[in-house]
Design a protein around this ligand. Structure first.
Ligand SMILES: CC(C)(COP(=O)(O)OP(=O)(O)OC[C@H]1O[C@@H](n2cnc3c(N)ncnc32)[C@H](O)[C@@H]1OP(=O)(O)O)[C@@H](O)C(=O)NCCC(=O)NCCS
Length: 193
C-alpha cells in the first residue's frame, strides 16, 4: 500500500484526512485547547486563523507528496484533535504525532487514534519501524506510546533545546518495529481466537 486510507476508525474515535473545509472546526478545537497545547506544541504560540489555514493546505500537499498523512480525530461529527504519520525519521520510518482537546483527554482516545495509525502505518510499503517522540516533561504523551507497546529506545538532548514552554529539552524516543508489531498482533489473535 502506497498511502493509507483516508478514513480510519478505532473503537471510540474516527480519523479522517484533513480537508480545507475543516477550517472552522479545527480553529474552534485549537482555540479551546490552546492553554494545554501551548506547553508542548511550538506552533501553538503563534496560532491564528491564517496559520490554521496554512496547516490544512500543508496537510493536503504533504499527503499528495506522501511526506505526511494528517488526520482529524473526530467523535461523532466533532473534531476533537489531530494526529498523523510523518516521514521525518529517515528511510523505512514514520513518526506519529497527536493532540486531543482537553475536554476529551484522559479517556484513552489519543491511544485509540494512535493505534489506528500504527495498524495503518505498518501496511505502507517499505515501512519497518514507527516512532513516537516527546519531551521528557510530557509523561502523558509517553503513556500513549507505552500503552501501544512501543519500547523506549533513547533519551537525547534536543539539538535546539526546549521548543515549547513546558519542555525540558530532552527528547524521549519510542519505537516499534515490524517484527514487534507482528508478534503483538499474532499474540492478540491467539488471545481472542
Ligand atoms: C498527550 C495527549 C495527546 C494524551 O491524550 P489522552 O487522550 O489523554 O491520552 P490517553 O487517555 O490515551 O492516555 C493518556 C495517559 O497518560 C496518562 N497521563 C496523563 N497525564 C499524566 C501525567 N502528568 N503523568 C503521567 N501520566 C499521565 C493518563 O493517565 C493516561 O494513562 P492511563 O490510561 O494509564 O491512565 C494529550 O494530553 C494532549 O493533547 N496533550 C497536549 C499536546 C501534546 O502533548 N501532544 C503530544 C506532543 S509529543
Amino acid at each position: 500500500m502506497e498511502q493509507p486510507a483516508e478514513n480510519l476508525s478505532s473503537d471510540r474515535v474516527e480519523l479522517r484526512r484533513w480537508r480545507m473545509t475543516d477550517l472552522d472546526a479545527l480553529e474552534q478545537a485549537i482555540y479551546e485547547s490552546l492553554d494545554h497545547l501551548v506547553s508542548w506544541m511550538p506552533w501553538a504560540a503563534n496560532h491564528g486563523r491564517q496559520q490554521t489555514a496554512d496547516f490544512l493546505a500543508r496537510s493536503h500537499d504533504e499527503w499528495e507528496t506522501r511526506q505526511a498523512f494528517g488526520y482529524a480525530i473526530t467523535s461523532g461529527a466533532v473534531v476533537i484533535g489531530s494526529c498523523g504519520l510523518h516521514r521525518r525519521i529517515g528511510a523505512g520510518g514514520l513518526d506519529i504525532g497527536y493532540w486531543i482537546h482537553p475536554h476529551w483527554t484522559g479517556q484513552g482516545l489519543a491511544t485509540m487514534a494512535a493505534a489506528a495509525l500504527v495498524a495503518q502505518g505498518f501496511q505502507l510499503a517499505g515501512i519497518d519501524r514507527l516512532e513516537i517522540h516527546h519531551d521528557a516533561a510530557n509523561p502523558a504523551s509517553g503513556a500513549v506510546a507505552l500503552h501501544l507497546g512501543f519500547t523506549e529506545i533513547e533519551r537525547m538532548q534536543a539539538t535546539e533545546g526546549p521548543s515549547a514552554p513546558g519542555e525540558v529539552g530532552i527528547d524521549v524516543i519510542w519505537r516499534m518495529t515490524t517484527d514487534q508489531w507482528q508478534a503483538r498482533t499474532s499474540e492478540h489473535a491467539q488471545r481472542i481466537g
